[in-house]
Design a protein around this ligand. Structure first.
Ligand code: ATP
Ligand code: MG
Length: 304
């Protein structure tokens, strides 16, 4: 993650939002055609309406130079839930994810249209500091990328830059606990983060992202470099983190999207069509009764 000094001017983004919103009661959803429920997120609220929107994406388009990569994407992301972005390679999932925390602006010649808001506050505006946006909306990448520093310093790094004034030992411990890594590393905090296994490195990167106390955590294929056991740990961890954070995950693994997410967005780019949103809904609905035949083709493996 590109870290920059972040106590600069101009941040309009607010403090973390309240957590633990009550879930609306189950509504009488249409009976699924195939019952995949054992594989689906257990906390499906059964409601097609999103009661509490954390991130609102409105008509977002993005060009890399002259090439448009995504077009007209609008999406409401619910607070304290897990939202999955799925779709074939090149459809713009990572691009859309990076629009949420303004990371695309680190790429030269990128142009973005539309708006993304967090808690009703626009993130694209003249008086918003993108560095502050990236602090409040953290990111975890496909390939674990710890810094060549100790485990302790990996976690403390961002908090130090942010001028954290509290007890740093406590923050490091809490972040590692939240990332389900503390027990494995508590006796070797001064060892290099690079000496950990791939799955441990990814949890270290999650701890590093959590240490700056974000509100939203974006994960771009966080398990694709991990074995099944490490993957399961990260999936379990995501479920736990959703109590406190809003999570958006990009995954190629349909089972993973079905297992962990509450809502799923299916994106597609075709020859003449720039990457766009085809369908978005409760994960159970997307996987059991998709409204668009292109979604059905993808989730049943006929396409992509
Ligand atoms: N830095 C970049 N410069 C130019 N074009 C880019 C850049 N990053 C992505 N693209 C293009 O934008 C489109 C969307 O790419 P993106 O990486 O968002 O897709 P994706 O859905 O994440 O794919 P994958 O599943 O393979 O990761 C692709 O056509 C890609 O070639
Ligand atoms: Mg990608």
């Amino acid at each position: 993650m590109a870290e920059e000094p972040s106590r600069e001017q101009g941040a309009v983004v607010t403090e973390a939002a309240p957590t633990g919103q009550p879930r609306p009661p189950q509504s009488a959803a249409a009976a699924p055609t195939r019952d995949l429920r054992p594989q689906l997120a257990m906390n499906d609220d059964g409601d097609d309406e999103i009661a509490d929107v954390a991130v609102k994406i409105e008509n977002v388009g993005l060009w890399y130079g002259a090439k448009k990569a995504i077009d007209g994407v609008s999406l409401d992301i619910p607070r304290n839930q897990i939202t999955a972005l799925i779709g074939p390679s090149g459809c713009g999932k990572s691009t859309l994810l990076r629009c949420i925390n303004r990371m695309n602006e680190l790429i030269p010649n990128v142009r973005i249209e539309g708006q993304v808001s967090l808690d009703g506050q626009p993130l694209y505006g003249p008086d918003v500091d993108p560095v502050q946006v990236r602090r409040i909306i953290g990111m975890v990448f496909q390939k674990p990328n710890p810094f060549p520093k100790s485990i302790y310093e990996n976690v403390a790094f961002g908090a130090r830059i942010n001028g954290h004034r509290g007890d740093m030992d406590e923050l490091v411990r809490k972040s590692l606990e939240q990332a389900a890594l503390w027990d494995e590393v508590k006796d070797k905090l001064n060892q290099s983060g690079l000496a950990l296994s791939g799955g441990q490195q990814q949890r270290l990167c999650i701890a590093r992202a959590l240490a700056v106390q974000p509100e939203v955590v974006l994960m771009d294929e966080p398990c694709s470099a991990l074995d099944p056991i490490a993957t399961q740990r990260i999936e379990d961890l995501m479920q736990e983190l959703a109590a406190d954070y809003t999570i958006v995950i990009v995954t190629h693994n349909m089972q993973q999207a079905a297992r962990v997410s509450n809502r799923t967005a299916y994106m597609l780019a075709q020859q003449d069509l720039v990457g766009h949103l085809v369908e978005y809904g409760r994960t159970e609905q997307i996987f059991t009764s998709p409204q668009d035949p292109r979604t059905e083709d993808y989730i049943t493996g006929r396409f992509g």
